[in-house]
Design a protein around this ligand. Sequence first.
Ligand SMILES: Cc1cc2nc3c(=O)[nH]c(=O)nc-3n(C[C@H](O)[C@H](O)[C@H](O)COP(=O)(O)OP(=O)(O)OC[C@H]3O[C@@H](n4cnc5c(N)ncnc54)[C@H](O)[C@@H]3O)c2cc1C
Length: 385
Amino acid sequence: MFEAEDHREIRQAVRRLCEQFPGTYWRKLDADRAYPTDFVNALTEAGYLATLIPEEYGGAGLTLSAAAAVLEEIQRAGCNGAACHAQMYVMGTVLRHGDDGQKARYLPRIASGELRLQAFGVTEPTSGTDTTSLRTFARRDGEHYVINGQKIWTSRAEHSDLMLLLARTTPRDQVARRTDGLSVFILEMREALRGGLSIRPIRTMMNHSTTEVFFDSVRVPAENLIGEEGSGFRYILSGMNAERILIAAECIGDAKWLIEKAASYAGERNVFGRPIGANQGVQFPIARAYANMRAAELMVKEAARLYESGKDCGAEANMAKMLAADASNEAANACIQTHGGFGFAEEYDVERKFRETRLYQVAPISTNLILAYLSEHVLGMPRSY
Ligand SMILES: Cc1cc2nc3c(=O)[nH]c(=O)nc-3n(C[C@H](O)[C@H](O)[C@H](O)COP(=O)(O)OP(=O)(O)OC[C@H]3O[C@@H](n4cnc5c(N)ncnc54)[C@H](O)[C@@H]3O)c2cc1C
């Protein structure tokens, strides 16, 4: 019913690994808002976080759909890949746009687990979705850049050795296009923490290890600039399709876990002398969530297929993200409703998954912005922002 046809061996192996991390493990971390270090270490040791790193750098050199299968199975098992998923897609920017020295310096150590590249600093408090209005500035000073500014929602910053950072290197009023003058840096965080970087955790409705990050004249060696100065926005954009497809796969995994849980509870819970699942009012929301999940799953696969064949997949990656996030949100609603009062009790894990999957209506891109993309770029309607 929920079996995917592709990457069966990887899926089975991920599922076996996830069995070591049951609901009790996640509930305890959730209550403490603590990072799942053991889980992330187990995934790293098994090589899953290096799925997309080429073999020459010590990774598995597999396809995006293999990485999607890994993340989907993690969520499907009731675990939460949000603790480490960024490493899979952030690494792509270094791989595609970094120079040989940067790749040799970082990728093998990321693949081995010696370094974690979990932090991605794009969003700022005053610019929000309007990325090109960001204000964090990197000023060239000899063989360094000096960084001042602030990021918000920089998830996993406290649990990462490296951060991929987007900052302005030319003021916005001095560039021809607003997308120009932004640059990407790879920041060694331990070093930066000793020289002007500070991190403040933000407590959120789910356990996500997200933070605010402040840069007070942080010096970054110029050799840590990725690609050309001023072209950073293009580099970040080039990774977004992969990010959207991978997050969509996680949402499919969440939806499967929630639907399975709802259908099973509906068959077990007896009220008025029969299973609640015998009532169509209980069945149909679960069945509808299942149908929508399967449709979204097809779009995720289509987006991954286009991505892997080197074709433009902007529209499909966006649609996959939106439809999969909608499917997991719908499944979460159906699941908590099916459980009645018990859905709100922590020990069922339903309320935790409900909170965790709700994020994907907003991050890494909100549904409205996906609809705006489709309206403008696919349907040719006027630009709205
Ligand atoms: C838990 C969490 C983790 C995150 N992790 C990271 C991370 O690791 N790195 C990182 O860089 N960012 C991260 N983000 C940030 C995330 O990508 C942003 O929250 C998201 O892009 C939305 O930006 P915003 O919060 O500033 O909302 P805003 O841009 O302020 O938007 C608010 C609302 O207005 C709507 N809106 C805005 N403009 C328009 C428009 N033109 N048309 C229609 N609707 C519009 C949006 O859809 C949204 O619903 C994270 C966020 C959260 C909550």
